[in-house]
Ligand binder design. Structure first.
Ligand code: ZN
Length: 450
């Protein structure tokens, strides 16, 4: 396969190496050449004229089940704790197998149509009351769409302070049960081969409130023994910091350092409220950040110091977070907001469009430990987004390569490839029945609201 005639290529690499041009040759799902190339006999040619080419975008934090909980009125103007109580905690027990499959299909379709090829889903609804395996449901939907999925198996070993009689408390389980379940999930779905489409991660929902402090070391040791990465939420709101300081006498990152919960095999969502020492610790240990600017804006949480962490060589990536706290849960919108929010509060040189693309591609690959994706270079998996700049919003651009970030709006995807396989063509997902998905979504929303 040969991708030819593109206006330009963003490679995902930092600095001047971000920009290149020419054609891209793909063989057996892998990029073999980039440059001035001529089509070979029998080669399939993808015309990218009028388009810019990016690595497939990578989201490192999402909650797919929340895609049937967008714009819930009781939570629309609340900050994190009130929103958690009014939205996910209120509805979680109604997320049956059908609702979960529909939500996952909505979320992953949105992501594909924004040029995203890899999604990390943090799923924390595991209950004995469910007669289905959430991992199997979500992996099946991802597989049917050809998406690369990193399944972060969440959960809690203790309840939150806002559990009350008004709703079914969130499920909790013993740590031993959680670890055995993760191990079984990994045996089924964790594939470490090159080009793997499915990974499993251990992901207790948050170390501050979802797991007993005495279990933290056992959890990370188990993850490392199973050769799985660790993911969690951290320091999303100032409450995390206040809680840690009052209960443990330390700020969250310093407290986690004592429990071995840092390192290049660990990443946290949000990390909004960090002091400069915590930024330094995260960067020097290679601990990753899933920066979720839109969710942080929507919930009024603040702006994470992603730029400061990146300047220290830290592992920064982008995540859309769940659609219940980010109704625009797609990577084009997320990149655009990221570019804007840092500049609004720190100045026009705080974050460039190239920085944002790097975080959304190579940064995501680093955080997820998947070096074969996130950049366009020979030997890399052919995960490639070809954005068509064919709308009035793109006309008049002097630097078309940055248009998907700076102009944003709904992406126009001429082709999206995952491992060399076409998963989106001219803004359509082959085999996806949009009308059926629309009616499925309406039925699930009516059931949740009833
Ligand atoms: Zn989250």
């Amino acid at each position: 396969m040969l991708i030819e005639n593109a206006t330009g290529i963003f490679t995902g690499l930092p600095g001047a190496a971000m920009r290149t041009s020419g054609a891209i040759r793909i063989r057996d799902g892998v990029i073999v050449e980039i440059g001035a190339l001529q089509a070979q006999p029998g080669e399939r040619r993808l015309d990218a004229s009028g388009c810019v080419v990016y690595p497939g975008l990578i989201s490192t934090h999402h909650h797919l089940f929340q895609s049937v909980m967008k714009g819930v009125r009781s939570g629309i103007n609340l900050p994190l704790a009130g929103w958690l109580r009014s939205v996910p905690y209120t509805f979680w027990s109604k997320i049956d197998e059908e609702a979960l499959a529909v939500a996952a299909r909505i979320a992953l379709s949105e992501m594909l149509l924004s040029g995203t090829t890899t999604v990390a889903d943090h799923h924390y609804l595991f209950s004995d009351s469910f007669r289905f395996d959430p991992a199997q449901v979500i992996f099946e939907v991802a597989r049917s769409l050809g998406m690369r999925l990193v399944f972060c198996r969440g959960g809690a070993t203790k309840g939150r302070h806002f559990d009350t009689d008004e709703f079914v408390p969130m499920p909790i389980e013993k740590l031993d049960h959680m670890l055995k379940s993760v191990e079984a999930c990994a045996q089924r779905f964790h594939d470490t081969s090159p080009g793997s489409l499915s990974q499993v991660v251990l992901a207790p929902t948050t170390p501050t409130w979802s797991i007993d402090p005495g279990e933290l070391k056992e959890a990370i040791a188990a993850a490392r023994r199973m050769k799985l990465r660790l993911h969690s939420h951290l320091s999303e709101s100032s409450e995390y910091v206040d809680f840690c300081l009052s209960v443990h006498g330390k700020r969250p990152v310093e407290w986690l350092a004592e429990h071995d919960w840092l390192g290049p095999d660990v990443w946290f969502a949000h990390l909004v409220h960090l002091d400069s020492n915590e930024v330094q610790i995260l960067a020097s240990t290679g601990t990753g950040m899933a920066h979720c600017p839109q969710s942080n804006c929507r919930l009024g949480s603040g702006v994470a110091p992603a730029d400061a962490m990146a300047r220290l060589g830290g592992a920064v990536s982008l995540g859309v977070d769940g659609a219940a706290s980010n109704e625009a849960a797609d990577m084009i919108s997320e990149m655009h907001s990221c570019w804007h929010t840092h500049r609004a509060v720190k100045g026009a040189d705080a974050v460039t469009a190239e920085d944002v693309v790097h975080w959304a591609t190579a940064g995501g690959a680093r955080v997820l430990g998947l070096p074969q994706i996130g950049t366009l270079a020979p030997g890399q998996q052919a995960d490639i987004a070809i954005f068509n700049l064919n709308q009035p919003r793109h006309f008049g651009m002097h630097d078309p390569l940055i248009a998907p970030v700076t102009c944003a709006g709904s992406a126009s995807v001429r082709y999206l490839l995952i491992g060399g396989r076409i998963v989106v063509e001219n803004n359509a997902i082959p085999g996806l029945d949009i009308e059926r998905l629309r009616s499925d979504a309406a039925r699930v929303v009516a059931q949740l609201a009833a």
